[in-house]
Design a protein around this ligand. Structure first.
Ligand code: COA
Length: 391
């Protein structure tokens, strides 16, 4: 194994066609919108159109990366999701086909609730350490969906975040030390027969906080940095207030006194995108990373922490260093455009989209064109998902 620096060379955000604002949802649910905006830290959520899914979002996020760097050196595609479209075939293969990636490539899907993109990033760095010439495309793509009328409904959302992982990266160097915590618990899960997750919300918040403390302790034992060295933190954000809660909990555990201004400085820049996209499960911490890099301008050579949590549960505390000159490689304008160009969906259409079921009968079920994204799910026919590139 060669001693190479590996990390994120490019990253790109995509989301769904529609947006539902929390004021509309609060009015329909008969609750105070301050609870959603201030209590949960969510202003809006992305809502996929009928011809969108995790594959169309993933391909949309990844395409600009392939356009910029080419496909020749991509030897592996890792698709991280917990809302997969097939029990057998990797969603990454549809993305591989839509992007015209080389056949000389391995493609696999990874699942562990909201954690799996961090596993993908770690696996990618290991592959590159063995062969520094190769590029690994990591795409996290998820649609967070809960029962309508449940406490979790306001924390729904959808997004994909694609990263090109390479040797000598232009944006973020992933450091070798990381800390882990795994534990078999039932805080959030989705049985195969359900379209919506089952969640014990309050338990999941406690489990998340406990796992972060444990993962950080492991990180320190393995030679990781002191917490005070980090310039900023990208926490998994099922709702953005969770980043504040988790950081405050970690600081309390370490006996560090911190006021609201300290918490704001540590996590706020990472929350701008998630606040308006909603939960994007596996993508969430990395959407947080994109938000941080796009909104803070003083991070060159600074250490930052990625704090990943996936219910069930696995957590990882990961150190990284921002590469000088990184701003020249960001997609801040495009990321903001992906969010701003969403169309407002009214409550009735939101309910229809939310409640729609995948037809199980093997018939031909075309989708009317609704999305303006470059890729769409044109139909499900004879149990096959038929995607098309439209732009
Ligand atoms: N104005 C401002 N804030 C308000 C408010 C109001 N009118 N009413 C309530 N709040 C605050 C509460 O004080 C609470 O904040 P706190 O936790 O900082 O005290 C927050 O809003 C949430 O309200 P609460 O009643 O405690 O919870 P809930 O029943 O709405 O459920 C979740 C919240 C997160 C448990 C629920 O959305 C859920 O299950 N989400 C999915 C699972 C999840 O995201 N888990 C996280 C770990 S992965």
């Amino acid at each position: 194994m060669t001693d190479v620096t590996t990390g994120i060379h490019d990253l790109s955000l995509a989301t769904a066609h529609y947006v539902l604002d929390q004021t509309t949802l609060a009015r329909e649910l008969g609750i105070d919108d301050a609870k959603l905006k201030d209590g949960l830290g969510q202003d809006a959520m992305s809502v996929p159109a009928a011809d969108e899914d995790i594959v169309t979002m993933a391909a949309t996020a990844a395409r600009p990366i392939i356009d910029r760097h080419g496909a020749d050196r991509v030897r592996t595609v890792l698709l991280a999701t917990e809302t997969g479209v097939d029990q057998s075939k990797s969603a990454g293969l549809y993305v591989h086909g839509l992007l015209g990636l080389p056949h000389t490539c391995r493609v696999v899907e990874l699942k562990q609730a909201c954690y799996s993109a961090t596993a993908a990033l770690q696996f990618a760095t290991a592959l590159i350490a063995r062969d520094p010439e190769q590029h690994v495309l990591v795409v996290a793509s998820d649609i967070a969906k809960y029962k309508r009328g449940s406490a979790a409904e306001p924390t729904q959302g959808a997004a994909a975040l694609a990263m090109l992982v390479t040797a000598d990266p232009a944006i973020l160097r992933v450091e070798p030390s990381s800390g882990m915590h795994s534990e078999d618990i039932m805080d959030f899960w989705r049985p195969n027969y359900r379209a919506e997750a089952v969640v014990d919300g309050k338990f999941s918040i406690d489990a998340y906080q406990r796992a972060v403390v444990s993962a950080f302790a492991d990180y320190r034992e393995r030679g990781g940095r002191d917490l005070a060295e980090f310039a900023a933190f990208c926490y998994h954000q099922p709702f953005t207030k969770m980043a504040v809660k988790a950081h405050r909990h970690l600081l309390d555990h370490l006996g560090v006194t911190a006021g609201p201004a300290d918490l704001h400085a540590a996590v706020n820049a990472s929350t701008h995108y998630n606040r308006v996209l909603g939960n994007s499960y596996a993508a969430s911490a990395y959407v947080g990373l994109a938000s941080l890099l796009d909104h803070r301008d003083d991070l060159a050579d600074q250490p930052i922490a990625i704090v990943s949590y996936g219910s069930g549960s696995v957590a990882e505390f990961l150190g990284a260093t921002v590469v000088p000159g990184y701003r020249d490689h960001l997609r801040s304008v495009e990321n903001a455009a992906a969010i701003d160009q969403r169309k407002t969906v009214d409550y009735t259409r939101y309910c229809e989209l939310h409640d729609a079921c995948t037809p199980p009968d093997g018939g031909h079920h075309p989708n009317p064109q609704e999305t303006t994204a470059p890729f769409r799910l044109a139909a499900i026919s004879q149990h096959k998902r038929l995607y098309e590139a439209v732009a």
